[in-house]
Design a protein around this ligand. Sequence first.
Ligand SMILES: [Zn+2]
Length: 558
Amino acid sequence: MLVILPLAASDADLILHHGKVVTVDRSFSIQQAVAVKHGKIVAVGSDADVLKNERGPATKVIDLHGKTLLPGLVDSHVHALDAGLSEFRAPLPPLNSFATVRSFIKQQAAKTPKGEWIVVPRTFPTRLLELQMPTRELLDVEKDHPVLFDASYVLILNSAGLRKCGITRDTPDPPGGEIVKDARGEPTGILKNAPSLVTGLDRTQHFTEAEELDALEQQLKRYVAAGLTTVGDRAVDPHQIGLYKKLYAAGRLPIRVVMTWRPNASEPTAALQQQILAAPYTTNTGDSWLKFGTFKLTLDGGMTIGTAYQRYPYGAFGKQLYGKTNPDDRGQLFIPPDKLLAVMRTARNRGWQLTTHDQGGGAVDNFLDALEQLNREKPIASSRSHVMHASFQSPAAIARMQRMGVLADVQAPWLYLDGPALEKVFGYDGMRYFYPLRSYIDAGIIVAAGSDHMIGHDKNNAVNPYNPFLSMWTEVTRLTKAGKVMHPEQKITRAEALKTHTIWPAYLQFAERERGSIEPGKLADMVVIDRDYLTCPEAEIRNIEPVMTVLNGKIIKH
Ligand SMILES: [Zn+2]
């Protein structure tokens, strides 16, 4: 007997239908259904067409019940291992005011033998209620314990801590660092760029490789749960590269990762060049799961602690917020221009995409100077090099980026978190080009958005929060946590904000042909969300939760 089977055109593995599919294709089209086969998208279109053409007997069919489907989201900027380890053994306290710092110190004192160090984990003054850099008086809540408050490049000791380290009014500043002193010449407890002065405290936590792999894997899974399907890890060293390779080889890499290699910029120029030439990798070495992205040098400090290298001084409020002594201080530039140019030239000739951590405007200008010289030697646009953070921009710098084809890696939630403090330092006008996304996009500059997540596990409370919907909400509203809209003329649309977390970071990562939108031929990375991103009330965007992620065609429920 002859049996004629219904011809199943391609027998998709998976069909998602009855959805609002926000494709982020060239015309930003909205579709109803997507078919997936062998980890790739094979069809996108109407329910009728996709079900008729792609459904076979073995196809898994999921009714989205009208829910919105987005391309898998990208966070262009995380530090996954540090973040994963930060709460691997114990949760970190939420420190957002002097009162919470004081009670944390008291709690620790109760369980720490007298004379032993208490460390307040990394906390930034721009995120404290008081908008003020603590001094030893705050930490003197405990007199029998030396206390160290970690504000990154700035460390603050209480009186017992100063005594323990033998720091007095007569101690000279270490090279490149400063012991801040009050009007009477006494140390305030604030030490800038002077970690070598802190003695008798080993702050390195030791983890086995198995623990590091676990912490990294768990953090990457938390990214997937937040709706992300690719992250850019922005400062890997050979050790971290090894961890990623091990996770991947063991089938434990839960998300796509693009690694930015950051060597230690304090090494001499020739040593850095040697490392670049000896490294067996460059941009795009790897595959769609794990590959190398950018070559990075850290050019300046941070705005949360007043070390970002600015075009103009931090001024009077900088004294309160950052504990500055010199009102003309502009922050710190870590790499002189000739060294920056020489190292970047070597990296570029080795095939690297280039970036620097350049948070202050002065650092942005320095990096653009180096790129300008390289661009004269050979156009750099095809390297897709980018400024990183570039928190304080200027029309002139934006014009240079446009001319050279330089991209931007941005962290919009800093406007929300740090906007109120920074406005006090620089004034409302000084914040005009703080993450100027409208200006970027109008100039045709590709914008990739990320969090700079580095400490803590919770997507909304971490330093920095990595909830991509908080980022998109900030880009669309420009609201600060004080409830003020900061320069509304720099708002972008929801569609543009979505692109900053999908197709544009994919472009920055040389992956726009394989992901970043929902189109046939692309990798099947998509996320189903609990409400309509495009039409929900604006205030709700930051509360959007992913309900299901499809990553390489595999379903992950949240
Ligand atoms: Zn970073």
